[in-house]
Ligand binder design. Sequence first.
Ligand SMILES: O=C(CO)[C@H](O)[C@H](O)COP(=O)(O)O
Length: 232
Amino acid sequence: MVENQDLYKKAAAEKAVEYVEDGMVLGLGSGTTVYWLLKRLGALVDQGLNIKGIPSSLRTEGWAKEFGIPLTDFSEVEQLDLAIDGADEIDPDFQLTKGGGGSLVREKLVNAHAKQVIIIADQSKMVACLGSFALPVEIVQFAWQRTVDKIEAFGAKSVLRVRDGEVFVSNNGNYILDCAFESIEDPKVLHNELKLLLGVVETGLFIDMTDRVILAGPGGAQVINKNEDDSV
Ligand SMILES: O=C(CO)[C@H](O)[C@H](O)COP(=O)(O)O
């Protein structure tokens, strides 16, 4: 299954490359699905494709450099032509849970400044309702215990993220809480409520940001557009 999942991730990523045009400035998302995107883009750059990318995490930056993708940043770029990113969960309205890798603030900033956002994933990420994947919420370190109290008042059971035995610190110097809700019936309302809490920097709910989803499974990669009439 894991082997197949990897093949599906690769298939979704390679399909997304069809939307990349010469001269574009791209938002480079994060995660293992995006790894395949970067690998393919790197090969195309080698063959002469002229693109630049803004990476949404340090890991993506490292892979992009390894594959020879030219990078830029927001001091040079006002708007990205296209962002391509992964997701932890995708609902039928294209609302997403992201942040499994811990770079949700950069990912959201990159996607928010793109004309178009494509999400690439294996088919297991598509769900009827968000919530099986614990929602990552980035919070400031100071008084984090009190922010936990406020978040848990919304019905979540939260765990402070730990990596390699140490409390995980995001690339913005913050903590991440993984918040298990029974289900997230209204992602937009939950996001807005959590954002109002003092101590919350950002949530992993990506609301109304996605134009197109490319999902891959045993039948290959399927493109689903926000406007269904455009689906391929
Ligand atoms: O949001 C993310 C990282 O913060 C990733 O896009 C998400 O975790 C999906 O990762 P993968 O492609 O490895 O399944």
